[in-house]
Design a protein around this ligand. Structure first.
Ligand code: FPP
Length: 246
């Protein structure tokens, strides 16, 4: 249940709500360091914040939220941190999935589950199955995900299907990506002030509005998301065209 009693009222009436918001959740470690806490405390705070942001997406009417939870490169972090992150993902799936499902969240996974601990793979599959008929918010979790690896995966699948060069179109290519059937992100948010795309949705985000914010991920709350939507509304999306003449 969401307790809205203490929430600041936010006026959404004049805003275009982006259909698909993608977020690079960065800065958990720095958030913890600033407080003299271990990195794992930052990741726990990050997981709690994800819950708040999912609620805000449902409240604002965002239809698709894609989050970068664990990249193919993140395996290179110290073993203890990787184990800690896997523990958080397993706990969130165990403890939150029924609530998320009741809220109308449909879970999708972007990435490669092979190489992930079998018990966690099973939890992900069960959560996807449990939530597959929900349609209020699609939550794409990019986990063991890399944009280049996704493109190679798509090319291999197309070759295996015998696709001929002359058949290849952008929309056919998109249909081989993990995000098949979903519209591209309208906005990519990156928290913690970093100005990199870090191998995230490199095909899909070609025309997304990029929104970097200095807030660390655990501090990126409902009002910060609202600010991102306001900024999105101030952008002129041209998709490579020229503006309309007045
Ligand atoms: C970046 O912080 C965050 C991650 C490595 C992703 C992990 C995200 C969470 C635990 C949030 C919850 C997600 C799920 C799916 C439950 P960082 O460690 O890179 O921070 P730093 O750059 O400050 O060190």
């Amino acid at each position: 249940m969401v307790n809205r009693a203490h929430q600041k009222p936010l006026d959404l009436s004049s805003l275009t709500i982006p259909t698909h918001v993608a977020i690079i959740m960065d800065g958990n470690g720095r958030w913890a360091k600033k407080r003299g806490l271990p990195r794992q405390a930052g990741h726990r705070a990050g997981a709690e914040n994800l819950r708040r942001i999912i609620n805000a997406c449902v409240e604002f009417g965002i239809k698709i939220l894609t989050i970068y939870a664990f990249s193919t490169e993140n395996w290179g972090r110290p073993e203890r941190e990787v184990r800690g992150l896997m523990k958080i993902f397993a706990r969130v799936l165990d403890q939150e999935i029924d609530d998320l499902s009741a809220q109308g969240v449909c879970l999708h996974h972007l990435g490669d589950l092979t190489g992930v601990e079998p018990a966690l793979q099973e939890k992900v599959r069960r959560a996807i199955e449990l939530t597959k008929h929900n349609d209020r918010l699609i939550l794409n979790v990019a986990f063991n995900y890399g944009g280049r690896a996704e493109i190679l995966h798509a090319v291999r699948a197309m070759l295996a299907d015998g696709i001929k060069p002359e058949q290849l179109t952008e929309s056919l290519f998109s249909s081989y990506l993990f995000t098949a059937g979903l519209p591209d992100p309208d906005i990519v948010v990156r928290t913690s002030g970093e100005l990199r795309i870090s191998n995230f949705l490199i095909w899909q985000a070609a025309y997304a509005e990029y929104y970097p914010t200095p807030a660390y991920w655990p501090d990126f709350d409902r009002e910060e998301l609202y600010k991102a939507i306001v900024a999105f509304n101030q952008r002129e999306r041209r998709f490579g065209l020229v503006p309309d003449e007045k």
